[in-house]
Design a protein around this ligand. Structure first.
Ligand code: F6R
Length: 366
């Protein structure tokens, strides 16, 4: 039931401190500050013995997979490819024997993702499934079930299932880093601690509500919106654009901030808002300079960044303050303003938030 909330989506956005906490606890031990590598190995995946990860997924789960990729490569030095399942299954991909195939899916029933998983199994690859419905086809099909603990998700637009997927993948990347000897006990402890700070910082991000509502008021009048980010904020920008399209029916695109000058900057005018996801990480300055370029062309810019981040020069950059956080968990923390922005814009427009037109919760036919 929705309780005090107007929509399931709103309720599910607010459940994220808990759903992320539950999911992390499956993979990481809060008390010892260690990844539960042995539990994972008992599931027959030894990260030290694989040499590549191939993630397959659709829609929001695909963006979660892309965020996971940054972590697997950076933390575990494990090459990782991520592909949309409907492409992967039909293009005869060249897979190598040491590859672990990972399906990411809320429902565990998405036809293209399931077919890709089955195909990988047929190629003799080890397979794992990051799924929220633990009795689903993918959970049964894969060699190993890597559960998310988001609880049932009712809203068609995925929110808490997405952050649970991201949390699971980030935790698995830490476990992989340990298993492969890429991080020492101290780094492991730091990363585990950072991950367990996510639930509290997600709760803090939920306090951005009033600021987001004000921006959503303006966004509801736009016909096109750009989302920009670098690093793990790039797939989150695409997720933000997808969420806005799905429930408010406003056209939106997510771009890598550095790609702007290779084409999309031509779209910028006074009517086209740009939402920038700019945590204080090692590419903040790069993103800030891209925002100056947008502002200089008269485009309204809303920069979501911590209070401690410097102001980019140039007029017209409106700021919304996000909580300060470790770069590893920025995709979890920044997912909140992104989801709230889509939610309040849709509410402002009066669309059917929980049941957007033309969409189904689970796509079991291709
Ligand atoms: C977007 C959304 C979809 C799903 C996609 C995959 O809000 O919900 O893009 O993410 O259809 O579904 P699952 O995760 O069930 O495989």
């Amino acid at each position: 039931e929705k309780g005090a909330y107007r929509h399931f989506m709103e309720k599910e956005i607010h459940e994220q401190p808990d759903s992320v906490q539950h999911t992390l606890s499956h993979y990481l031990d809060l008390v010892t500050g260690r990844a539960k590598v042995q539990t994972l190995e008992a599931g027959a995946i030894d990260f030290a013995r694989i040499d590549r990860i191939q993630i397959v997924a659709c829609g929001t789960a695909f963006y979660a997979g892309q965020i996971g990729r940054y972590a697997f490569e950076r933390i575990a030095g494990l090459p990782c490819d991520v592909e949309i399942a409907s492409e992967f299954r039909y293009r005869s991909p060249a897979v190598t024997p040491g590859t672990l195939a990972v399906a990411v899916s809320q429902s565990g029933e998405t036809a293209d993702t399931l077919a890709s998983l089955t195909w990988c199994k047929g190629q003799g690859l080890k397979t794992a499934a990051v799924v929220n419905v633990h009795s689903s086809s993918m959970a049964r099909e894969a060699d190993v079930l890597w559960p998310t603990h988001a609880g049932p998700e009712i809203g068609v637009a995925s929110t808490k299932a997405f952050t649970a997927q991201v949390a699971a993948l980030l935790a698995l990347a830490v476990a992989a880093g340990v298993a492969r000897g890429r991080i020492d006990g101290q780094s492991e402890g730091e990363l585990v601690k950072a991950l367990f700070e996510a639930p509290r910082l997600i709760a803090e991000a939920l306090q951005m509500d009033a600021d987001i509502r004000a921006v959503a008021h303006d966004l509801s009048k736009a016909t096109d919106v750009l989302f920009l980010g670098r690093g793990a904020m790039f797939p989150l920008a695409m997720e933000g654009a997808l969420k806005l399209k799905e429930i408010s029916y406003i056209h939106a695109e997510g771009y890598a901030a550095g790609e702007l000058k290779h084409g999309p900057i031509a779209l910028i005018d006074e009517e086209t808002p740009t939402i920038a996801l700019a945590p204080l990480d090692d590419v903040f300055e790069k993103t800030a300079s891209n925002l100056q370029e947008v502002a200089a062309r008269g485009g309204p810019v809303i920069m979501i960044a911590p209070r401690t981040a410097p102001d980019p020069h140039g007029a017209g950059i409106r700021r919304i303050h996000a909580p300060d956080c470790h770069p590893l968990i920025a995709p979890l923390v920044y997912a909140v303003p992104v989801q709230l922005l889509a939610y309040y814009t849709a509410v402002q427009k009066g669309t059917d938030v929980d049941q957007p037109r033309n969409l189904a919760k689970s796509v079991t036919v291709e």
